[in-house]
Write a protein that binds this ligand. Structure first.
Ligand SMILES: [Zn+2]
Length: 163
C-alpha cells in the first residue's frame, strides 16, 4: 500500500513490523493504518441455464464482465448493501438471497484489499434497468461464460464453483 500521510493528523506514516505484518503508523500521533479489507456484496443470479453478468462502466477493469453488486456502506448489513446495489445497478428487487462464500480480492492499481461476500440471488419479477455503473447487462449460458473477459479473479472462481 502506498499511503504516505496519516488520515487523523496529516503526519507522515512510517512502516512498522507488528505481529508478523508490516503496518503503517503515524510518526506524529501514533495512529496505525491496518489496511483491513473493505466489504463488498455481489450477486450470482442464475435463471434456468443462464447467468446474469454486468459489464463494468468504470475503472478498475472497465469493460470487463462482473457480478452485479458493490461496496457495503457504513451501517449496512451485507444483505442491505446487496439490495441497494442491485436496485442501483439492475433496477431490480431481490426476492431471496443466500450466502455462498467469501472471497478476498484487491481493487484497483496497487489496490486496497476487499472482502467480497457472494450471494445466490433470485430477483423479483420485473424488467431490468441498468444503472450508471454498468454499460451492459447480459444473460450468458452457464456453459459458455466469458472467463477471459472477466477482470476479477475472485469472480472467475465464484462462477467456476457456483454457476
Ligand atoms: Zn497522525
Amino acid at each position: 500500500m502506498r499511503y504516505r500521510f496519516c488520515m487523523a493528523c496529516g503526519g507522515r506514516l512510517r512502516r512498522v513490523r507488528e505481529e508478523g505484518r508490516v503496518r503503517l503508523r503515524c510518526r506524529r500521533c501514533g495512529w496505525t493504518f491496518y489496511g483491513n479489507p473493505i466489504p463488498a456484496s455481489v450477486a450470482l443470479i442464475v435463471r434456468g441455464e443462464k447467468v446474469l453478468l454486468a459489464r463494468r462502466a468504470a475503472e478498475p477493469y472497465q469493460g470487463t464482465w462482473d457480478l452485479p453488486g458493490g461496496f457495503v456502506e457504513a451501517g449496512e448489513t451485507p444483505e442491505r448493501g446487496l439490495a441497494r446495489e442491485i436496485r442501483e445497478e439492475l433496477g431490480a428487487r431481490i426476492r431471496s438471497a443466500r450466502f455462498l462464500a467469501f472471497y478476498t480480492e484487491t481493487y484497483g492499481p496497487g489496490g486496497f484489499p476487499i472482502l467480497a461476500a457472494v450471494f445466490r440471488v433470485r430477483l423479483a419479477r420485473g424488467r431490468l434497468r441498468r444503472g450508471s455503473d454498468v454499460s451492459e447487462l447480459r444473460w450468458f449460458p452457464r456453459r459458455s461464460l466469458p472467463y477471459r473477459q472477466i477482470g476479477f479473479a475472485s469472480v472467475r472462481q465464484a462462477l467456476r464453483l457456483f454457476a
